[in-house]
Design a protein around this ligand. Structure first.
Ligand code: NAD
Ligand code: MG
Length: 404
């Protein structure tokens, strides 16, 4: 292999689950990658530990209190501490940066991810909410700037791997021209697969975050349990691969060994398989089009023994249909859905509402707010704000009428 300078990485959301998996790979390949900048939000001590191990040039925290703590803990290091949301955009777009890993959770990740796109970086996108909110605008910027957008959501990474090599940007003709008939988006079904609505009404946050196959942050774990994650992923796939929702079939596959498939018009179905470990898609995104060791246990098919498939239960889990509805409404509807879902998930985690009320709040926001064309970031962010606002009084109402 040629002797190249290590590539500089900005890791947005370094203290999270995706952040940890990314750092594990960076540590394994210090000859190839160097942590240039990293951000954290609440877990400042963990961020200090990351700075100690990787000595990035910059570390970004949300406020001055966090900065004071981080500076005190890293006084002997050469890391400069930066503060605030603007600093996230700066480190995402900074000239020395080659790769940006967008692993902040939720709408908070949109602006820095977009900054990386505008600066034409290679972006490893975990933060699906950014694409759900601003799909058209985001993809237009990718095309304009020539950024390399590599999905590291495991399903989308699998789909990317199952498509013929054609760069990282797709247009409306790309998939049909490659003979693609359908995308088969797999879902584990989450911890409540097989539950009926009555059973779902009694589930606790602890049960919801205990995913059977993946270890992830709290928000995405609840989304996986409600199938909102699959709904957001359906929208994510439509934008990433420039396809319509009708071209995507959701397939529940409880073992999470197949991470998604592509069905071709000659009858072939190509699947990407592996143990459920996010280091695989992250390593793929970092090294693309090469392959590097990700530290992932090789798949033992005899141990797996069986692969099952079933349709999703869209009656017990209405979030999937809500996401489809939001995508077909278009404009700001997916941003409204995303914001309402973020509010609902937090309220569920705080035990203010029941699990079955998550889709209720989302539906309320979609029904109440007018959908506008998502032609500017200001309009998208204003919709996000309005959705959060109108959710508050309805949350009170739901919490009073909760079946305990
Ligand atoms: P996590 O909760 O473990 O980590 C979230 C990260 O975002 C943390 O570093 C946190 O400090 C930071 N953060 C939180 N709120 C912030 C804010 N307001 N401003 C700035 N930073 C903030 O989440 P995760 O599981 O690592 O997921 C991150 C993203 O990746 C999500 O969008 C999720 O949907 C996506 N994703 C995760 C997985 C997974 O296996 N964990 C898989 C696919 C996609
Ligand atoms: Mg996923």
């Amino acid at each position: 292999m040629s002797q190249r300078k290590p590539q500089n990485i900005t890791l947005l959301g370094g203290t999270g689950s995706i952040g940890g998996s990314t750092l594990d790979i960076v540590a394994r390949h210090s000859d190839l990658y160097r942590l240039y900048a990293v951000s954290g939000y609440r877990r400042v001590h963990e961020l200090a530990e990351i700075c100690r191990q990787f000595e990035p040039v910059f570390a970004v925290v949300p406020d001055q209190d966090a900065a004071d703590q981080l500076e005190a803990e890293t006084a002997d290091l050469n890391t400069t501490v930066l503060v605030g949301a603007d600093a996230l955009e700066e480190v995402a777009a900074a000239e020395p940066v080659d790769i940006v890993v967008a692993a902040i959770v939720g709408a908070a990740g949109l602006l820095p991810a977009l900054a990386a796109v505008k600066a034409g970086k290679r972006i490893l996108l975990a933060n699906k909410e950014a694409l759900v909110m601003s799909g058209q605008l985001f993809m237009d910027e990718v095309r304009r700037s020539g950024a390399e957008l590599l999905p590291i959501d495991s399903e989308h990474n699998a789909i990317f791997q199952c498509l013929p090599a054609q760069g990282t940007c797709f247009d409306d003709d790309s998939l049909p021209a490659s003979g693609v008939r359908q995308i088969l988006l797999t879902a584990s079904g989450g911890p409540f697969r097989g539950y009926n609505p009555d059973q779902l009404a009694g589930v606790t946050p602890e049960q919801a975050v205990a995913h059977p196959n993946w270890s992830m942050g709290q928000k995405i774990s609840v989304d996986s349990a409600s199938l909102m994650n699959k709904g957001l992923e359906l929208i994510e796939a439509c934008w990433l691969f420039s396809v319509k929702p009708e071209a995507i079939q959701v397939v529940v596959h409880p073992q999470s060994i197949i991470h998604s498939m592509v069905s071709y018009n000659d009858g072939s179905v190509i699947a990407q398989m592996g143990n459920p470990d996010m280091r695989t898609p992250i390593a793929y995104g970092l090294a693309w089009p090469d392959r590097i060791d990700a530290g992932v246990k090789p798949l033992d098919l005899f141990q797996v023994a069986q692969l099952d498939f079933e349709p999703a239960d869209e009656v017990a889990f209405p979030c999937l249909a809500l996401a489809r509805q939001a995508f077909s409404l278009g404009g700001t509807a997916p941003a409204i859905l995303n914001a309402a879902n973020e509010v609902a998930v937090q309220a569920f985690l705080d035990e203010r509402i029941g699990f079955e009320q998550i889709p209720e709040l989302c539906r309320y926001a979609l029904d109440c707010l007018p959908v506008e064309p998502a032609v500017s970031l200001d309009i998208i962010l204003a919709s996000d704000c309005k959705a959060r606002e109108i959710c508050q009084p309805y949350l009170e109402h739901l919490s009073m009428h909760r079946i305990k």
